[in-house]
Design a protein around this ligand. Sequence first.
Ligand SMILES: [Zn+2]
Length: 319
Amino acid sequence: MIEKERCIPEMILKLEALLKRMPEMEQGKEKVRSELNKRNAGYKGEQKLDYYLSFLDEKEYRIYHGLRLTNGKHYFQIDTLLVTRKMAFILEVKNWNGTIIFDPEFHQLIRVQNDKQEAFHDPISQAEHQSRQLRKWLQDRGFTYIPIEFAVIISSPSTIIKSPTNQISNRVIHAHRLIHKITSIEKTHTAERLTEKELKKLSRILLKKHVLQEIDILEYFNIKLDTILTGVYCPKCSALPMIFHWGKWRCPTCKTSSAIAHHQAIKDYFLLINPTITNAEFRRFTHITSVYTASKLLAQMDLEQGGEKKNRVYKKPAN
Ligand SMILES: [Zn+2]
């Protein structure tokens, strides 16, 4: 049973909004584009896993995608977590192409692709670290006896995996071997550690304690706020800006009209600039001149509100 669905990572949405609202010649745009490509490839790799996970017995396995938890000030994120009555299983998903070579001595991974070598953190150490963090997290909440297993999943079937020792074959597998791996490990754990009631309790706590990662994307790429393009994009031809006239957004380029084109603009604002917006900020960002019109459009969006009158803010919906 999927307890926490996989959703498009917030960082991808932020990068897409940023790319769209950066002027063409702006410095750093290439960096944003390549970061977006990297994140999209990683997300696609994780999605490929879903096909294999769909073969697991729904009654036995509880599946959590993209959990981010904290032990005090340290956060840890788990690509996919499986929980059964007998164990917890961490899946660390990697979308590497070409040939990957594990270097157990220096806890490093070398990827060779198109005659180019690149070094990465060893994903086994990474998954071990997550196991330790999860163990502590569970212990702090009274779940002491749950064995924690992990595997590094290589999502692309054509990736060649190499290692000087055969120790890693235990821990690193191609996605199509996933079910075999999980069931064979499950067999080594015979004792039931959690009752159905405890599983439900754990599920409730995991979902409640999940923390969304808030990244200030402009700060991350060192981009000045005043370089961000403002205005409402045309949903049909992507021209900027549309003009609000007689209750509708109208595109001067392709003549499309829309009553809701500002919805995307406000989403962009929340992703790029601030998770709250005032009437004045909304007008500046969408080029609306009337306070009255702005407040009508904002009210129609059913956003959660805070503050009174002039200090009223409209809040970004929690996913
Ligand atoms: Zn247009």
